[in-house]
Write a protein that binds this ligand. Structure first.
Ligand code: AMP
Ligand code: GLY
Length: 424
């Protein structure tokens, strides 16, 4: 069986690594991939948003199944295109992916499904948005409607900062088309949790709960990033909370999308803010999280390929999905300057040459310069440590991280700190 994974980050390296463990021994391809994925899959230089190019490749190579990693091709309608051509693909259609690609649409779904979320108003005109802010409590959150590579959200602690965010988006078009509409949203004070789920549009199978670390620096300081590390399972996601999220968030969202004529197949990601024990939805994504995937998939016991096929073939109700009783911690190493501008092409030293049962180095922004592996992005590597306890997993992740070096490398030294701070 031939499988193509689309994407080039740590999430996609993890998906390829997991699929490579399938007892069915699929032949793997990745477009465009990275220097780490190369050891497990044939990397083909087609960009993740080049839908025509990807389709032509799948047809000429007779690929049996395509698995989409990032949101961009989903929002462009890759699944619709592939289905029209009778090609098997894992991911939601363009219509269903709007749950991520439009925050206004996402709020409509939540309203129709009675899902708890922060109160919000949408605006496409500057004057009414600014007037609304004059009346609003502070802090307040300003969000660009569309996909803005994780940069479209400002949590403003002053009214002036909020107004500036609105002007940047509506007047100065810093997010282009994606920011031509903004949401002004109530600030929720709580702790964040990620719950992703496999769904075939009818059955929902939640994955283990994870927690991301969005800020660049220790102690959750500094600007927001794509994610500096994660751990799983997060103790904040108790059994009771997971059941509540499944019943009151995931199923209602999937049912609402079906009612609207755009059934969702793939991975639905719920970004939750837990406020005094109550889960509010901050956002939905139409794909797996990055770096959450790097800690969730290593704990999946069932063959990922079986799960993906059950989703694509609408028979998830017939599959039991099992998990290992372990803990995973992922530490992300980034380039100097990230999330601002950064240089690439720096040689990476100390990458482990052998595979290890208790740790995996997932590549994100890496490439090759001759025989050397070099940096090629903001987030460079994600080092996942596994253990029976959180402390063991964390120690393992940092032991491997400390042995790797490149000029200007940065990583947080406190991944999983919130879990340790919780009362036992
Ligand atoms: P989003 O892309 O919607 O997940 O937002 C990015 C980050 O902004 C989230 O992970 C939160 O840390 C923060 N955020 C978003 N919405 C809110 C909110 N209503 N209240 C507090 N923080 C928020
Ligand atoms: N880690 C957050 C995301 O993937 O959107």
């Amino acid at each position: 069986m031939k499988i193509l994974v689309i994407g080039s980050g740590g999430r996609e390296h993890t998906m390829v690594w997991k699929l490579a463990q399938s007892p069915r021994k699929p032949t793997l391809y990745c477009a465009p991939g990275n220097a780490g994925i190369e050891s497990l899959a044939t990397c083909v230089p087609i960009k993740a948003d080049d839908i025509a190019g990807l389709k032509a490749f799948v047809q000429s190579e007779q690929i049996d199944l395509t698995v989409v990693g990032p949101e961009a091709p989903l929002a462009l309608g890759i699944v619709d295109e592939f289905r029209k051509a009778k090609l098997k693909i894992f991911g939601p259609t363009k219509g269903a992916a709007r749950i991520e690609a439009s925050k206004v649409f996402s709020k409509e779904i939540m309203a129709s499904a009675k899902i708890l979320t922060a109160k919000a108003q949408s605006f496409d005109q500057l004057a009414p948005a600014l007037a609304y802010l004059d009346q609003h409590d502070i802090p307040v959150v300003v969000k660009a409607d569309g996909l803005a590579q994780g940069k479209g959200v400002v949590v403003a602690t002053t009214r002036e900062e909020a107004k500036q965010a609105v002007r940047d988006s509506l007047e100065h078009a810093v997010f282009g088309q994606a920011g031509q509409r903004v949401l002004i949203e109530q600030f929720l004070d709580g702790e964040e949790l990620t719950i992703m789920a496999f769904t075939d549009g009818r059955t929902v199978v939640p994955m283990l709960p994870a927690q991301d670390h969005k800020r660049v620096g220790d102690g959750d300081r500094g600007p927001n990033t794509g994610g500096m590390g994660a751990y799983c399972p997060a103790p904040l996601g108790t059994m009771a909370l997971r059941e509540q999220v499944t019943k009151q968030v995931l199923y209602p969202a999937v049912e609402a999308l079906s009612r609207m004529g755009c059934p969702f197949q793939g991975v639905l990601y719920a970004g939750i803010m837990v406020v005094k024990g109550i889960p509010y939805v901050l956002e939905f994504n139409a794909r797996m999280g990055d770096p959450e995937t790097q800690v969730v998939l290593p704990l999946l016991k069932t063959d990922l390929l079986e799960v993906i096929e059950a989703v694509v073939e609408h028979r998830l109700d017939q599959l039991t999905v099992d998990w290992h009783d372990d803990t995973a911690v992922c530490v992300v190493m980034t380039s100097e300057g990230y999330p601002g501008s950064y240089q690439t092409g720096r040689a990476i030293h100390g990458l482990p040459s052998t595979t290890d049962e208790r740790s995996v180095v997932f590549h994100a922004g890496t490439g090759r310069a001759g025989a050397e592996v070099v940096t090629a992005g903001g987030r460079v590597l994600g080092i996942t440590g596994l253990g029976k306890t959180l402390a063991e997993a964390q120690a393992e992740a940092y032991r491997v991280t400390r042995a790797i070096a490149f000029d200007g490398a940065h990583y947080r030294t406190d991944i999983a700190h919130r879990a340790f701070a919780r009362p036992a």
